[in-house]
Every structure is written in C-alpha cells, then in structure tokens.
Design a binder for this molecule. Structure first.
Ligand SMILES: Nc1ncnc2c1ncn2[C@@H]1O[C@H](COP(=O)(O)OP(=O)(O)OP(=O)(O)O)[C@@H](O)[C@H]1O
Ligand SMILES: [Mg+2]
Length: 230
C-alpha cells in the first residue's frame, strides 16, 4: 500500500498559530459531526416513533367520531394525544436547530475556496477546484446538499486518505449536475462501518432525488461522486 505523505509546510505563520487554528477547526468539525449524529438519532428514533403514535391515534379518532369529548371516557386519551403532538413539534424544532452549518455569505464556491486555502495552509493538502456553470444554476436545497457532501468528502480526505492533493470538480451545468471529490491517497476496499459520514452523504443525496457513488481502491485513492436528480 502506497502512502502519500503531505508535502513540507509552506506557511509563513508561526507553528503555534497554525496548531491553534487546526485545533479549533478540528474541534468545530467534531462538534458538527456530533450534532449531525444527534439529529439523525432524534429523527430516526423519537421523531419517527412519535409520528407513528400520532397517526395511529388519528386513525383511531376517525373511527370514533365522539372521541375526547369533555367528561367522556376518552378525555384522558385526548390529553395524551395533545401531549404527543406538542412533543413532536418540540423535537422538530430541536432538529431544525441541530442542522449542520449553512452556506456562508461567500456562497458555496466562496466557502469552498476558503476551505481549500485552509487545507493548503494547515494540512499541506492542495485542493484544486474546477467548475462548469455557476452555483446559482442549482436550487438552494440542492446547493446545500452539495455543500455538505463536499465538506464531508474533504474532511474524509484530510482525516483518512494521507493524500497531498485533492481535486474538486463542480459540473453545475451538467444534466444531472455532478460533483466529484477525488484524492490520491490510501483508499479503502471493505465497506467500513461505524462512521456516519458516508451514510449521511448517501442520505442527503437521496433526499434531493440524486445519488452518491464512492469509487475507492486500496492504495490508489478515492473518488466521491454526487449526481443530482435526473
Ligand atoms: N478519502 C478517503 N480515503 C481513505 N479512506 C476513506 C476515505 N473516505 C472514507 N474512508 C474510509 O471510510 C470510513 C468511513 O467514512 P465515514 O465518513 O463514513 O466515517 P468516518 O470519517 O470514520 O467518521 P465520521 O464521518 O462519522 O466522523 C473511514 O473511517 C475511512 O476508513
Ligand atoms: Mg467522515
């Protein structure tokens, strides 16, 4: 297995400043990942169960037109129904707050360039960006998914690949749009388990009717493809 070592650091900043910035960025990323994990657990666990309980209740109510009348035998059940509805609303609000970091004022490409600059400065990983078309060719929801997928793919390159080069191709004008993030690092063969990144990217892609493909060969790098909806 060939390991690509990052090139020597080129930065003119003092090492202590670089280490502090890198530590802060790593801490922010860890917080982002943890927030996403909690959001997924809330969504797939409590929110799904509550929604199921509420729809069972509704089905029951439809079959019992006098359900929940004051002083009637179902009054307590009607109160339980109200509590369940409030709980679901609260969980949804919490989920909205846990949403991952949104695209900044620089826009998708602007944020990507800032990140590329940080990768070069802090980790000696050269990120080459190319694009065809412009980000405003994509509706906001798709742009958001592109942003989150590229962020996670870049984080994986930094954490796992050992590559000193990463290419990001943004084909906004293609139909469907296509985004590619590739490295020349150690790659992987077996489908690894335990992480949330790849699963999350797949879910995000599916959420907009698109799909994610990962091509990786042991010792020969990894490419993540994100295809937009047809
Ligand atoms: N670019 C890459 N180069 C080498 N290995 C990779 C690359 N991307 C992913 N992997 C492998 O796939 C695994 C799963 O990635 P995934 O993003 O799902 O989880 P993670 O990065 O380990 O954890 P998380 O993203 O939840 O913090 C990684 O642990 C790593 O072994
Ligand atoms: Mg990851």
């Amino acid at each position: 297995m060939k390991e690509v070592r990052p090139a020597e650091r080129q930065s003119t900043e003092p090492p202590a400043t670089i280490a502090r910035t890198a530590a802060r960025q790593a801490a922010e990323e860890a917080v982002d990942r943890e927030r996403s994990r909690i959001a997924r657990e809330l969504h797939d666990g409590i929110a799904t169960d509550l929604a199921a309980a509420i729809s069972l209740f509704k089905a029951y109510m439809e079959g019992h037109p006098g359900f929940g009348k004051q002083g009637g035998p179902d009054e307590i059940l009607a109160d339980v129904f109200g509590i369940l509805e409030r709980m679901l609303k609260q969980v949804r609000e919490t989920l909205a707050e846990l949403r991952p970091r949104p695209i900044g004022p620089e826009g998708l490409m602007g944020d990507l360039r800032i990140q590329a600059d940080e990768f070069a400065r802090l980790y000696s990983i050269r990120v080459e960006i190319s694009s065809n078309g412009t980000e405003d060719m994509l509706p906001p929801q798709q742009r958001e998914v592109v942003y989150q997928v590229v962020r996670e793919a870049l984080t994986n390159v930094r954490r796992h690949s050992g590559s000193s080069i990463c290419r990001v191709k943004m084909a906004f004008a293609a139909k469907p749009f296509m985004i590619e993030v590739s490295d020349e690092g150690r790659g992987f063969t077996a489908t690894p388990s335990g992480g949330y990144g790849l699963v999350g990217m797949r879910e995000r892609a599916a959420g907009i009717g698109g799909r994610l493909e990962v091509v990786s060969t042991d010792g020969r790098g990894t490419t993540v493809f994100l295809f937009g909806p047809n």
